[in-house]
Design a protein around this ligand. Sequence first.
Ligand code: PAF
Length: 267
Amino acid sequence: QLRRWRQDGDMLALVPTMGALHDGHLTLVRHARTLAERVCVSLFVNPTQFGPNEDLAVYLRDESGDAAKLAALGADLLFVPAVEEMYPPESLTRVTVPGLGDMLEGEYRPGFFTGVATVVCKLLLQALPDVAVFGEKDYQQLLVVRRMCADLCISTRIEGVSTVREADGLALSSRNAYLSAEERQVAPALYRTLSGVVAGLRDGADPIERAAWGEAELLRAGFDEVDYVAVRDSETFAPWPGPSRPGRVLAAARIGRTRLIDNVAVA
Ligand code: PAF
């Protein structure tokens, strides 16, 4: 079907997802519709990007609900491959993005970005879209995918879309569903704190000291553990050298058993 659309001269956009679609995903689909005549959404809970102690077995699945939401938005095709289709038993190849894929999220979730890069590479080669759309909420993932495409000469344009937030600032995420009512009260502190780090940087604070302030602030607000608060160059992901370069403040922290990530531009 995709080949036929391509032959007809239609531009094709791909929105890769793991399902459990919320308004953040739907915003990606809406954006994709502005970029191409045809929008294909993939739904695949990719086992290779989950660690042994992560939530693969309990990850939310609602294929028929997802399909209904996508149909209402006018998406053209929903691709829901089986695990054996994406990873036949004899398959061996993995795509690794060393360096960029080993820091921050990659440090706390070993193998995560190899799983992401491998599955996104496969999806791009299966669909051959002109453009693929990813959320900025997983900012490091967006950079890893961009690096992978540049390095492997995959010509699909990678488009990032701003994070969609609840009224209190909490970034939409399928994993928010794991939060208890009390944890949900604590969760907006992540965005609030990242915004506070950015405000300090704008006033000239030292990035390392401001990140340390952010970590302490998250614990004070009720998070149980902070994996990192980091200030990075938005494009190279090197430590942010200062206002001459675009910056990004990123954090991962845990409330109870739920790990949340978020990021804010230094603007
Ligand atoms: O962001 C996600 O939902 C996943 O990491 C992706 C890009 C669909 C790859 O499995």
